[in-house]
Write a protein that binds this ligand. Structure first.
Ligand code: SF4
Length: 384
């Protein structure tokens, strides 16, 4: 990277899934695969990219993440065309640029993984969620254990880097079930796992069932036991717990996510995508695109919600995101981005958090020790 180019990531949202999972509140619509506008969506993304191109000079592309929704439903040729457009839009592209595609086992096999690699992807993130059919059925997933294992086998054979998503907190889930899933996934050559607690979101089918008293959920302390058990399993594998929900073998941390947690600039493309680019020290602009995919594809201008962020918002987000990671918040880098010190106005709160062992200081870094992560929300709240 030239000394002046700013590292920038691109997030591409693919807003469709075969079926809506009952717990999911992401911006995604169910669609029959034959109705997918493969090329039409790529054309719309490239039009948006072109309209945003004046924001890109002086920036270096460090990572691209195709998320969703289910990008593995997309024709790899359309994805390839979009990726080529993104690379061309930047003056500089990092040598080790990370290109991740989110996939579901129900729409990924070895051949598809190979096409994605040819299209330019070098990392897959696969929504496994569980390797037990009982839990997969509860979550309303389209795949079963056998399909998940076959997908992982094909993906790890074709792609240099593979991550798996796991979910925990399903009713009746035991620590040993979660531990078995982690061990099996690691055995298959997966080197990164994102493990999320099942949460009941209001505007989902699970939310309605829960309100009607028709959904059994795991008690709060069960989540803590499962979280701690996962921590032990990954420690045994010598993987790093580098963010509250993310674990990685040596060298396998997600560059895209790290960039985001460090408050890096990112260009969001696609229906419902969010982007945030720095404009000057203490000033950034965040946008949120039209969420409806059909309206998004029809739009001819960059008509989107825009929010100006000032120093206080930049600092607030830096604390919230940074303290979710094992490295913590980089006070010097945050000061450069925000134009003022993130300590300002919270000196006493920081001092108290250090005294109570909730924060650890190391040069320009402040972090929450991993053993306090279950209390993270309260620790962050106390700083504000
Ligand atoms: S596959 Fe993923 S994005 Fe799609 S509905 Fe299910 S959880 Fe949501």
């Amino acid at each position: 990277m030239s000394s002046k180019a700013k590292e920038t990531s691109v997030y591409v949202h693919f807003p469709w899934c075969t079926r809506k999972c009952p717990y999911c509140d992401f911006a995604t619509e169910p669609i029959r695969s034959e109705a997918l506008p493969h090329d039409g969506y790529a054309d719309a993304l490239l039009r948006e990219l072109d309209a945003r191109s004046e924001d890109l000079p002086g920036r270096e592309l460090s990572s691209v993440f195709f998320g969703g929704g289910t990008p593995s439903l997309w024709d790899p040729n359309a994805l390839k065309r979009t990726l080529a457009g993104i690379r061309n839009a930047f003056e500089e592209v990092a040598e080790n640029v990370e290109v991740t595609v989110e996939c579901n086992p129900s729409s990924l096999d070895r051949e598809h993984a190979s096409l994605l690699r040819e299209a330019g992807a070098n990392r897959l993130s696969i929504g496994v969620q569980s390797l037990l059919d009982r839990h997969l059925q509860f979550l309303g997933r389209l795949h079963d254990r056998e399909r998940a294992l076959a997908t992982l086998e094909g993906a790890t054979a074709e792609m240099p880097r593979v991550s798996a998503d796991l979910m925990f907190g399903m009713p009746g889930q035991t620590c040993s079930e979660l531990g078995d899933d982690i061990a099996r996934i690691a055995e298959m050559g997966v080197r990164h796992v994102s493990a999320y607690a099942l949460t009941i979101e209001e505007k989902t089918m699970f939310g309605s069932l829960h309100r009607a008293g028709k959904l059994r959920v795991a008690p709060e302390e069960r989540y803590a036991e499962l979280f701690e058990h996962a921590e032990r399993c990954f420690t045994d594998l010598a993987w790093a717990h580098y963010e509250v929900s993310n674990y990685a073998a040596e060298g396998e941390r997600s560059r895209h996510n790290l960039h985001y947690w460090r408050g890096g600039a990112y260009c969001g493309l696609g229906a419902a995508a969010v982007g945030c680019l720095d404009r000057a020290p203490g000033r950034a602009e965040r946008w949120r695109n039209e969420a409806n995919p059909q309206r998004y594809m029809r739009r001819q201008t960059l008509d989107c919600e825009v929010e100006d962020l000032g120093p206080e918002e930049i600092i607030g987000e830096a604390w919230m995101l940074g303290l979710r990671t094992a490295e913590g918040i980089d006070l010097s880098a945050t000061e450069r981005r925000a134009g003022r010190s993130p300590r300002l106005g919270r000196e006493r709160q920081i001092e108290l958090a250090i005294e109570h062992g909730n924060l650890v200081e190391n040069g320009q870094w402040l972090r929450v020790p991993v053993e306090r992560w279950l209390k993270l929300d309260g620790i962050v709240r106390d700083l504000f």
